[in-house]
Design a protein around this ligand. Structure first.
Ligand code: NAD
Length: 404
């Protein structure tokens, strides 16, 4: 979803919230946009770090390595990070970074070089009190380790809190890996409880079988839910009797894709339009658009990817009374775990797993309740309710600073 799409959403929400021109300006403008060209083995790569808003605290958001990275995409992602961090009550602003690159065409050594080159170009705008990156699409804890190392070499000082999603040895948080899926799982269970929906009556489809898609499918399967279709970039499979997620995972590890697992082969489009009650979107942006929205049969959608439903599709789905649990709520578990990592790094204390798990559960469930109850009270869909709560906290912070 491009930033123009977000602009339209904000203009509509600003009417509901009665926002002034100055307040809308704060939301639609960026505090810092840095563009650089990175060079690795004679090849040049366009790179960005964008800070949308930092009134609530230092910027926070991942770095993506992907051929589709553009300034517009990084702007949209940094805007969503502002809303997500605000909604979850975290002391962070919103930021995002990216490098326009096909990571699969680079050697391991070149990926390390690119990661180090990124830090050499952007270190002045990063730091534990300034702007804190994390992994995103095609970046991982190993890359975060290289980035931390390069940053500390330049600064000639330790600063574990400048980046999260790191290896455990470098101050990483054990449950960061599964946190996005765990957060989505907890939110979904709470949603079903509120609506009094019995899990045995629910047929589920999951798009995307990477870190987030596989882990959420695994958690649901272990909890007795029936997942009838899953997919990855090569296509999907369907079994009306329910899939054994561990067996599907084994097949993906063996042959590289879920499509080789037994069962009926389907395309990604067919998965989206399949006869399920709940659709979990855990792949990419812009999967449900005005083109296919009318053909969606699911009654509920859990958005674990960022921006998987365009604003035109959103309108169509709302008219069809499909209930969407929006990305900024559903996939925020990752940044909540990153927050724990940052706190531990900053105070040098390592908290007990039980304590962090309980705290995580409380943050996720309370945030869900806040959004759900507000949406019911004001008769709004959950996305609009979540946006209003998040925007209000950002603007309150701006007011408290005297900037508006
Ligand atoms: P990943 O790279 O591990 O997995 C992505 C999966 O999507 C892969 O299985 C891939 O094959 C599949 N895929 C790609 N194109 C597809 C298509 N056209 N149709 C169906 N499947 C397709 O990435 P991830 O970390 O699991 O992230 C998935 C989404 O969740 C992304 O949008 C990401 O921004 C979002 N997200 C991730 C986190 C996190 O903590 N990892 C946090 C918040 C949001």
């Amino acid at each position: 979803m491009g930033f123009e799409d977000i602009r339209k959403r904000i203009e509509e929400i600003s009417k509901l919230m009665n926002l002034s021109e100055k307040e809308i300006d704060v939301l639609l403008n960026f505090k810092r946009i840095v563009r650089k060209e990175l060079e690795v083995n004679g090849k040049k790569y366009l790179a960005f770090r964008i800070l949308h808003n930092d009134s609530l605290g230092p910027g926070k958001g991942g770095i993506r390595f992907h051929p589709e990275v553009s300034e517009d995409e990084v702007k949209s992602l940094s805007f969503w990070m502002s809303l997500k961090n605000s909604l979850m009550g975290l002391p962070f602003g919103g930021a995002k970074g990216g490098v326009k690159v096909k990571p699969k065409e680079l050697t391991k050594k070149e990926i390390e070089e690119l990661s180090r080159a990124y830090i050499r170009s952007f270190y002045e705008v990063l730091g534990q009190d300034k702007d804190i990156p994390a992994p995103d699409v095609y970046t991982n804890s190993e890359i975060m380790g290289f980035m931390l190392d390069e940053f500390e070499k330049i600064k000639d000082s330790h600063e574990f809190g400048m980046i999260t999603g790191k290896p455990i040895e470098l101050g990483g948080c054990k449950f960061r890996e599964e946190a996005t899926s765990k957060g989505g799982f907890l939110v979904l269970k709470e949603f079903l409880k509120f609506l009094n929906i019995d899990k045995s009556k629910l047929k589920i489809g999951v798009q995307g079988f990477g870190n987030v898609g596989f882990n959420v499918a695994k958690m649901l399967y272990q909890d007795g839910f029936k997942i009838v279709c899953v997919s990855d970039s090569r296509g999907g499979i369907l079994d009306e009797n329910g899939l054994n997620i561990f067996e599907v995972k084994k097949e993906k590890e063996k042959s590289g894709s879920v499509v080789n697992y037994k069962g009926k082969k389907i395309t990604n489009q067919e998965l989206l339009e399949s006869d399920v009650d709940l659709l979990i979107l855990a792949a990419l942006e812009n999967q449900i658009t005005e083109e296919n929205a009318n053909r969606i049969k699911a009654n509920y959608i859990l958005e674990l990817a960022n921006g998987p439903v365009t604003s035109e599709a959103d309108e169509i789905l709302n008219k069809k009374e499909v209930i969407i649990i929006p990305d900024i709520l559903a996939n925020s578990g990752g940044v909540v775990a990153s927050y724990f990592e940052w706190v531990q790094n900053r105070c040098g204390n390592i908290f007990e797993d039980d304590y962090l798990e309980k705290r995580f559960e409380n943050i996720m469930i309370n945030s869900f309740k806040k959004v759900y109850e507000f949406s019911n009270e004001k008769n709004l869909n959950m996305r609009t309710a979540a946006y209003i709560i998040a925007i209000k906290r950002i603007l309150d912070a701006e007011r408290a600073r005297g900037t508006i």
